[in-house]
Design a protein around this ligand. Structure first.
Ligand code: ATP
Length: 244
């Protein structure tokens, strides 16, 4: 399975914004998608999940989610999605939130106890989700998503509303989760701290494009930017490094 790849090439517009993003990365480890506000990170992630329909292709290992003739609807993609704010079922306990996800995972076998231990949720199972801190809520959201047995985890700034203590606790959990279980993670962030600690490789986005994917040339990906902007981006990309 180590040769499996994620191939994405998506094009389209949302209002005046044009996304034209292509990349290929190994279907393992954490791939950070890093770029300034408004560069199109959320638009790209939503299109990969099938929440938004753009032209192009999305292949996750052997599975084709989208190509010229296929568009697998979002509910049929085995995708886990974690947003900035966890949308938990607030009238239920942590345990009930997790059970809810487990019962609807299509019969896939998942290690419930292992996941609860990994995300340090043992002491929280009986709590109402209204009594959780922001960090605890995100840990429950991660567990709930993982109980759906996804093939890939997409996270959109999942830690951005948390304080540095909560971040420092969750970052290693996500890194080890991906490493130990083989689950590939696409991790959208604009936070250098998180990207540096988490990412096995980094894709930088600017103006709707991936600017340092291995197969992308600077000539075609940076039109519309000034020379100074191109230089600044190239320098930042070098500093970010690609630890494949
Ligand atoms: N449905 C839409 N209609 C019009 N414009 C949109 C729509 N969705 C997104 N945009 C615009 O597309 C651009 C990219 O937005 P997107 O949320 O993908 O960026 P981002 O990199 O995730 O930013 P942030 O880090 O601030 O979340 C923005 O300029 C946004 O205003």
């Amino acid at each position: 399975m180590t040769h499996d790849m994620i191939h994405v090439s998506l094009k389209g517009s949302a209002g005046a914004f044009v996304l034209d993003a292509a990349f290929s990365v190994p279907a393992q480890g954490v791939t950070a998608i890093w770029g300034p506000s408004g560069s199109g990170k959320t638009t790209l992630l939503r299109a990969i999940a099938g929440l938004t329909r753009l032209e192009g292709h999305v292949k996750i290992g052997a599975d084709i989610w989208q190509d010229g003739s296929t568009f697998v609807p979002v509910h049929k993609r085995r995708v886990g999605y974690v947003f900035q704010e966890a949308s938990l079922l607030t009238h239920l306990t942590v345990r009930a939130n997790l059970d809810f996800a487990l019962k609807r995972n299509g019969g896939h076998t998942v290690d419930f106890a292992g996941l609860v231990a990994r995300l340090k949720l043992e002491g929280l199972l009986k709590r109402s989700v209204t009594q959780l801190s922001g960090g605890e809520r995100q840990r429950v959201a991660l567990a709930r998503t993982l109980l759906s047995a996804p093939e890939i985890l997409l996270t959109d700034e999942p830690l951005s509303s948390l304080d540095s203590e909560a971040k420092a606790e969750i970052v290693p959990m996500i890194a080890s989760l991906s490493r130990d279980t083989g689950l590939p993670v696409l991790y959208v962030s604009h936070d250098a701290y998180e990207v540096e600690r988490l990412a096995d490789r980094t894709l930088r986005m600017a103006r709707g494009r991936i600017i340092d994917a291995p197969a992308t040339t600077f000539d075609t990906s940076l039109d519309g930017l000034s020379e100074a902007q191109v230089r600044a981006l190239a320098e930042a990309a070098l500093k970010a490094g690609i630890k494949v």
